[in-house]
Design a protein. Structure first.
Length: 464
């Protein structure tokens, strides 16, 4: 969209402006009345509009067009042409959002100054919009671990279908990001992605928020489901949805339609439903807190999002992504990481998963000193190992064991973490822990750890 749209009912003027701008190298489109002008905008939004206020033989005058463009295409700058002595109208137009005005008769220099500035503004706005869009598509999901690749391949498969997806995984693991990934890579990408976060909506307002309402004085107010029409509705933490709402949602899913609160008309919506939960929904069903029928409808394609601890290998990549992101968005220092600091991040406990990693990085960059590589001592105490919840439990259990067994428990935990960190690669793990590859292999066998997962002979039986 790089052309300039000139709308003026006077042929001489529109052609004169058109010729001047063409000589300056701009692509130009001409319209002589409001219908032609609107048709041009609909065909392709221009980079700039030059618009006469008075349009003969038109359904809309310049101000009407201005209002309509500001509503639907607010990023297009509009330069008003006003007749001599119509300054008040031009000023009023600027209040309505016009970029600037030129007065008839105008000279070429004056026209070019205004147009160049407006085009620059338009370019900057487009760039900003692009950046914003790119920022949103920092829905670029990152990771190269096996666990992440499996997730990604599952997500890619469901983008092609319309099936309802249930994302399960711990808090902060990236469930919403996964839902946005499905939306953006599906044929619904052009329509809305609407999040329904049950925990944050008061139960008594739930119906209104979801279905909208109709009142005599305010008319129709669309609810979230209607806003998502054609796109995706994302039920964040469905387990938090009150039982009453669950029944209503179930009805909408069965009938594909609903009525607004206070209204009679049936509203039809075309929605793709993606839900997420951190809870075990079968247990919630058992406890009478979740409706089995709703679960059956939402859980058509279950996809598990791995915890960060299941994908420690991805921590360095995620860390540099977040450093880069905070540098670009907040001007925080662009820093490296020492090898030890990286190893520590990879071996820490992450109950808050990717979100926690992101917060830790932000905190370190804000509080940190200097611009050199991030060092171990800068990593916040509660995340640095010894004091974390997981290690405390291990410590507590170990305290009751004789040394030989406690050492085995420690060695097993330690080696599982390290192997995970190196994506299951035994040679690299051996290099890091300082053992021969074959010795490490034997050790893993004797501890009942195979292939870097907590499988093999598993926990307690080994202790015997
Ligand atoms: N693979 C990834 N690559 C980059 N950033 C990620 C990735 N996964 C998660 N994030 C980031 O981690 C943060 C948490 O992700 P998200 O909100 O999607 O998690 P969630 O599982 O929906 O959390 P909750 O259960 O608390 O709602 C977000 O800032 C997100 O951008």
């Amino acid at each position: 969209m790089t052309s300039i749209l000139i709308t003026d009912d006077e042929k001489d003027i529109r052609e004169l402006i058109g010729d001047i701008l063409k000589d300056e190298g701009f692509a130009v489109r001409l319209a002589s009345n409001s219908d032609e002008c609107m048709a041009e905008i609909n065909a392709e939004p221009p980079a700039l509009m030059i618009l006469d206020i008075w349009l003969k033989d038109s359904r809309m005058d310049g101000i009407d067009i201005l209002k309509s463009v500001k509503r639907d295409n607010p990023d297009i700058p509009i330069v008003i042409i006003s007749g001599h002595g119509n300054i008040e109208i031009a000023v009023a137009a600027i209040k309505q959002g016009a970029y600037d005005f030129i007065e008839k008769p105008f000279n070429i220099d004056q026209l070019m100054v205004v147009v160049s500035r407006a085009m620059e503004t338009s370019r900057l706005r487009r760039e900003n919009a692009d950046l914003r869009r790119r920022d949103v598509t920092s829905t670029d999901m990152l990771g190269s671990s096996a666990a992440f690749k499996t997730l990604k391949s599952h997500l890619e498969k469901v983008t092609k279908s319309n099936g309802r997806v249930m994302l399960t995984g711990p808090a902060g693991s990236g469930k919403e990001m996964a839902a946005r990934f499905i939306h953006q890579h599906s044929n619904r990408a052009g329509a809305a992605f609407v999040t329904v976060s049950s925990a944050t909506i008061e139960p008594e307002r739930m119906e209104e928020v979801l279905f909208g309402r109709e009142t005599a004085d305010r008319g129709v107010e669309k609810g979230l489901l209607e806003q998502a029409h054609g796109g995706v509705v994302y039920f964040d933490e469905v387990a938090d949805m009150p039982l009453g709402t669950q029944s209503k949602i179930l009805r909408v899913l069965t009938e594909q339609q609903f009525t607004r609160v206070g209204g009679n008309d049936r509203v039809r919506v075309d929605l793709r439903v993606i839900s997420s939960t951190t809870k075990d929904l079968r247990r919630e069903i058992g406890a009478g807190r979740f409706r089995q029928e709703l679960f059956d409808r939402l859980n058509v394609v279950p996809i598990a999002v791995p915890s960060l601890e299941e994908r420690r290998e991805d921590i360095p990549e995620l860390t540099s992504h977040f450093i880069d992101m905070f540098h670009r968005s907040q001007g925080l220092p662009l820093r490296d990481l020492t090898g030890e600091a990286e190893a520590m991040l990879q071996t820490m406990q992450w109950p808050g998963n990717v979100r926690q990693l992101r917060n830790v990085i932000e905190r370190v960059l804000i509080l940190g000193d200097g611009t050199g590589p991030i060092e171990t001592r800068e990593l916040p105490g509660q995340e640095t190992g010894a004091d974390t919840g997981g290690r405390m439990v291990l410590g507590g259990a170990m305290a009751t064991l004789p040394l030989r067994e406690a050492r085995e428990v420690f060695e097993r935990e330690y080696l599982i973490t390290q192997i995970n960190r190196f994506g299951g690669n035994i040679s690299r793990t051996a290099g890091f822990v300082g053992m021969e590859r074959s010795a490490l292999h034997r050790k893993l066998k004797s501890l009942g750890v195979v292939g870097g997962h907590k499988n093999g002979n598993g926990g307690e039986e080994d202790e015997e």
